[in-house]
Design a protein. Structure first.
Ligand code: EAX
Length: 322
């Protein structure tokens, strides 16, 4: 079953009083068929199944309800029921989560998924819950790569002076300043037009987002720097969640697990096919990037953003997960 509506229908759904908590809206900022959209569909399918139809839901995709920061603020005040967002702006609300945004910390997808699904991930979900949000499960955005319109990025020197859109994330901004770029934080819904108009030269996102957003229409060069593993997260509003019974809450946690499974499967699919798709649409994609010089500069410039406040124990724990 399709669980998304667009445009005016969103306003109608938001304004139409429905039987309490019967129809829920889940906000994302990528398309309804993206790795987030696929996850949201699986979430609602499972929630409907477990609740025997007591809970149904619709996506508000592609930034219909604003950027990720807006979605998180909406969850906190109760104007948004559910959201599936990257951790980009989440550190502004739950600073401990910045640990997951540190550049070149995660070795690969297997390492990242083991950390997020293990005790460290559970610990940080509890930190999310302590900040007027409900963390249902860690999902996945993907390893982030640099794209731009000026020239191929082979070495950090190629980043010198590039105006690069980043998420509203102070770890990422510090990392790119350290690598020589000029980081420009911006909410995702503004990125495509900013690239089109040349307000920024480039941006950085996983293959999943590059393909879902058709960035090849406004970006010429891509370099698979893989500089950050970008988690995502299923979030619920405390206003919604606190009104549920323990059994009903269990349905939401189970539905989020089903959503993560579908989301990660889509990330795997796009990681396999995304580079070819980017090339088919005219992008020049550099795949054999020497990451070491990028990692040195990025770590020197950004790890202190986290360790100054929390020390390096969590970093060592994450590295120790095999
Ligand atoms: O959540 O803002 C970003 O670049 C995010 O990676 C994207 O919106 C997916």
């Amino acid at each position: 079953m399709k669980h998304f509506i667009i445009g005016a229908a969103i306003a109608f759904a938001l304004s139409t009083p429905v039987q309490a908590a019967q129809q829920l809206i889940l906000g994302t900022i990528t398309s309804e068929t993206s790795h987030f959209g696929v996850g949201a569909e699986a979430f609602f399918d499972k929630l409907e199944e477990l609740s025997g139809g007591e809970f149904t839901g619709i996506q508000a995709p592609a930034g219909q309800l604003g950027g990720e920061r807006d979605l998180i603020e909406g969850l906190q005040i109760g104007s948004v029921d559910l959201a599936m967002v990257s951790t980009g702006p989440l550190g502004n609300f739950v600073p401990e989560v910045y640990a997951f945004d540190l550049p070149f910390l995660f070795r690969d997808y297997d390492h990242a998924r083991k950390v997020l699904d293990g005790e460290i991930g559970q610990e940080l979900l509890k930190k999310v819950d302590e900040n007027n949000l409900v963390g249902l499960a860690w999902a996945e955005n993907g390893f982030r790569h640099v794209t731009n319109n000026v020239h191929p990025v082979k070495t950090p020197g190629d980043l010198d002076g590039l105006k690069l859109r980043t998420m509203e994330n102070k770890v990422h901004m510090a990392a790119f300043s350290g690598m020589g770029a000029a980081p420009t934080p911006m909410a995702f819904p503004e990125v495509f037009s900013a690239l089109q108009q040349g307000v920024v030269d480039g941006q950085e996102n996983p293959v999943t987002v590059i393909s879902a957003s058709k960035f090849w229409e406004v970006q010429k060069y891509a370099s698979l720097t893989g500089h950050v593993y970008s988690p995502a997260i299923f979030l619920a509003s405390p206003a919604l969640f606190e009104g549920l019974s323990d059994e009903q809450k269990g349905w939401f946690y189970e539905a989020a697990k089903a959503g993560v499974e579908a989301n990660r499967a889509e990330v795997n699919r796009l990681e396999d096919s995304g580079v070819a798709m980017m090339r088919e649409h005219g992008m020049e994609v550099l795949t054999d990037v020497d990451k070491a010089p990028f990692a040195k500069l990025a770590e020197e410039a950004s790890y202190a953003v986290y360790t100054d406040q929390y020390g390096s124990e969590m970093i060592e724990r994450i590295k120790a997960v095999k």
